[in-house]
Design a protein around this ligand. Structure first.
Ligand code: FES
Length: 63
């Protein structure tokens, strides 16, 4: 099994990130480290940049 962090585009939904990621500010300071989360790509989440499931109610359809 690979130790690489993986980003998977979900059909008509979020970008699923599996693995550990550092969130870094403009000065390079690590603000937070998260493991296994989903990023919003529909624009409807109230918890951006994370997916809160709003894409389902919004009827998000990706090209
Ligand atoms: S992709 Fe899930 S709320 Fe935007």
């Amino acid at each position: 099994m690979s130790d690489k962090t993986k980003m998977q585009i979900k059909k008509n939904g979020s970008i699923r990130v599996t693995g550990e990621v550092d969130f870094v500010d403009a000065d390079g300071k690590v603000l937070e480290t998260k493991t296994d989360f989903s990023l919003c790509r529909c624009g409807h989440s109230k918890e951006k940049p994370f997916c809160d499931g709003s894409h389902r109610d919004a009827g998000f359809v990706a090209e």
